[in-house]
Design a protein around this ligand. Structure first.
Ligand SMILES: NC(=O)c1ccc[n+]([C@@H]2O[C@H](COP(=O)([O-])OP(=O)(O)OC[C@H]3O[C@@H](n4cnc5c(N)ncnc54)[C@H](O)[C@@H]3O)[C@@H](O)[C@H]2O)c1
Length: 259
């Protein structure tokens, strides 16, 4: 039980990776506040996971709503040990086809949202003298792709924010790290799927360059979050932890592996 007795605040937990993180953290003994803008899905997810999960509505861009959720959680459990900033949106499109509103929206949800969350939990974490903040970025924040510049800018900014915060908050016992997943959940791509299907072979080739060929399961990504939320990582701060089957390690060429 790596997270026995810990209280976790998680964003974007109604579905996808967030729901897998919630499930995995509860299995390790944590109490998890699942937040999301998807209220009915969020409630269903919390009910499915059981008594140690509770749903609270939260739009991560709403500064006041962060205060409400953090105060409510502090009233329930008296502390917040771990914040997982997982909620994010995706926009695919070349720069010419991305409007300034779309670009700003990506930064608002994917970067300002986690910033607001960090700022709100820092006070109770400082009072407790400990805390772990885990920001979910992406392999794209280590190895960029074309045609995703707004999303990638938002995730690189989140990496930078995380490193600066790790330095700023380390003396208060608060750690700040990033988990960088490789693609693993199609729900985020659902709007773009028909478009992606046209490029099937190229996308398969992109996946084939990895060291480990099997798809990374959401539960395996959640394991990295458990590690960073637990005492096993008590001296780990300011890192990017890719869970990507070696995707960012370099390029695997089958032809070179036959000597
Ligand atoms: N899907 C992938 O292939 C992939 C790859 C690398 C990294 N990631 C990252 O993993 C994380 C989870 O993504 P996912 O694949 O589970 O996507 P998803 O779209 O299934 O889940 C994201 C969740 O965030 C919520 N959300 C969106 N905007 C919000 C807002 N303003 N306030 C609160 N909640 C909001 C959504 O309702 C949804 O439940 C994200 O940070 C994403 O960038 C995903």
């Amino acid at each position: 039980m790596l997270l026995e007795g810990k209280t976790v605040l998680l964003t974007g937990g109604a579905r996808g990776l967030g729901a897998a993180i919630a499930q995995r953290m509860v299995l390790e003994g944590a109490t998890v506040a699942i937040t999301d803008i998807l209220e009915s899905e969020g409630k269903e997810t919390a009910e499915r996971i059981g008594d140690q999960a509770v749903f609270m509505p939260l739009n991560v861009t709403d500064e006041h709503a962060w205060t409400v959720v953090v105060d409510e959680l502090l009233n329930r459990t008296g502390k917040i040990d771990v914040l997982v900033n997982n909620a994010a949106i995706l926009h695919m499109g070349i720069i010419e086809n991305t409007s300034s509103d779309q670009f700003r929206r990506l930064l608002e949800v994917n970067t300002t949202g986690p910033f607001l969350g960090m700022r709100t939990v820092v006070r109770p974490m400082k009072s407790a003298g400990s805390g772990s903040i885990i920001n979910i970025t992406s392999v794209d924040s280590l190895l960029p792709l074309n045609g995703l510049s707004g999303y990638i800018a938002s995730k690189w900014a989140l990496r930078g924010l995380s490193k600066s915060a790790a330095l700023e908050l380390g003396r208060d016992g608060i750690r700040v790290n990033c988990v960088c997943p490789v693609g693993g959940n199609d729900a985020m791509f659902s709007t773009w799927q028909p478009h992606l299907d046209q490029f099937g072979e190229e996308i398969t080739a992109y996946g084939n360059c990895r060291g480990i060929q099997e798809t990374v399961a959401l539960e395996e990504m959640a394991d990295a979050v458990v590690f960073l939320g637990s005492e096993l990582s008590r001296k780990v701060t300011g890192i990017d932890l890719p869970v990507d089957g070696g995707h960012t390690a370099g390029t695997y060429l089958e032809a070179f592996n036959t000597q």
